[in-house]
Design a protein around this ligand. Structure first.
Ligand code: ZN
Length: 125
């Protein structure tokens, strides 16, 4: 794949159809991978992934009991998908709001655009 900036990658991904979670049949949301994952060896090698944000997803709901019983961990899984592929994998999450902060939805993109136009809006100390 040619070298691309994250913005170019995002543009391409946004033009793709969102995958459907194989566990619950819900349309998956786009998730920006935190940069820290790239430095600690846990990275997925892509800046964006699709993630199932459905709280009623069987993979997510069942994961809490499964991990607590088998690994004494208070964690669960969510289903992820590599954009442009049909490769579905599980990602661990450690709280009910795990990964929620980085959903890229239309609202977030609109907000980002607004801030770009009015750089002094928000983020004031
Ligand atoms: Zn799901």
């Amino acid at each position: 794949m040619a070298f691309e900036t994250n913005e170019q990658v995002l543009e391409k991904i946004l033009s793709l159809e969102k995958p459907i979670c194989p566990y619950c049949g819900t349309e998956m949301g786009l998730w920006e991978v935190p940069p820290i994952n790239f430095s600690d060896g846990l990275g997925w090698g892509v800046p964006y992934l699709y993630l199932c944000f459905n709280y009623n997803c069987p993979l997510y709901e069942g994961g809490w009991d499964n991990l607590r019983e088998n690994y004494t961990q208070n964690a669960s899984h969510r289903c992820i998908c590599y954009p442009g592929t049909t490769q579905f994998e599980c990602m661990p999450v450690f709280s009910p709001i795990g990964a929620q902060g980085q959903i890229i939805d239309d609202q977030a993109l609109t907000t980002a655009e607004m801030l770009k136009e009015r750089p002094n809006a928000g983020f004031q100390c």
